[in-house]
Design a binder for this molecule. Sequence first.
Ligand SMILES: Nc1ncnc2c1ncn2[C@@H]1O[C@H](COP(=O)(O)OP(=O)(O)O)[C@@H](O)[C@H]1O
Ligand SMILES: [Mg+2]
Length: 241
Amino acid sequence: MSELLLVEGLTKHFGGVTANDGISFDVREGEIIGIIGPNGAGKSTLFDLLTGFQTPDSGSVLLDGHDVTGLRPDRIARMGVGRTFQKLKPFPDLTLVENVMVGALAHTSHVHEARDKALEAIAFVDLLEKRHSFARELSTGQRKRLEMARALATDPRLLLMDEVTGGVDQKTIPGLIELVLALRDKGITILTIEHNMKVMMDVSSRILALQFGKRIAFGKPEKVRNDPHVVDAYLGRADAA
Ligand SMILES: Nc1ncnc2c1ncn2[C@@H]1O[C@H](COP(=O)(O)OP(=O)(O)O)[C@@H](O)[C@H]1O
Ligand SMILES: [Mg+2]
């Protein structure tokens, strides 16, 4: 497996808050990297820095050996980095297929091609029968699938997913996890932020644990789970809950 992403010393301050504090890690092609950490640990900020939605104060991001640090979101997207958002914001009065076409149209100006791409992505997330429903009519789980389809329609090699299973009911979770695995099997390398620890342990090749903006552990799930810093920061409380 070759290295797809190399992150070094990524740092971002918001006023007095250090949201990311010298974060370094690598991602190999074909991996699912799980990112864990308590609320406010800096997980979403890390995604913002990797996708150009925020500019780091220092540090670097190499994608396939190319320096993409501080590039604009559309440039980074066009280089094959897709993203889903923690706060879902589909266009409520557009249909599912129209919403997903917005993603596809970032990469082609041909409407027919965008529609084909969108339908293919919608089929992949298993929502074809809802394609003409308005986004506002979809359940939370279905909106998570919409979000995945929208990202998929941009043809990513690397997909960053922010809390895929967040805010959905228990019985909806396994289907969403299966989708994450199906995306991986399709050849897409994945970074996923997830609160469900069991899910993380099961699906991740490696786990990056953050606390107060700092990397506190990075490695195989078993190793990270037993890391004293992680037990202290996160697992102790998660297990007790
Ligand atoms: N755009 C922003 N402006 C100001 N502060 C921010 C912004 N984004 C994140 N933060 C702060 O940075 C810290 C990390 O937030 P975030 O990356 O959202 O954490 P997580 O996703 O792990 O819950 C928090 O203290 C948060 O309030
Ligand atoms: Mg977050």
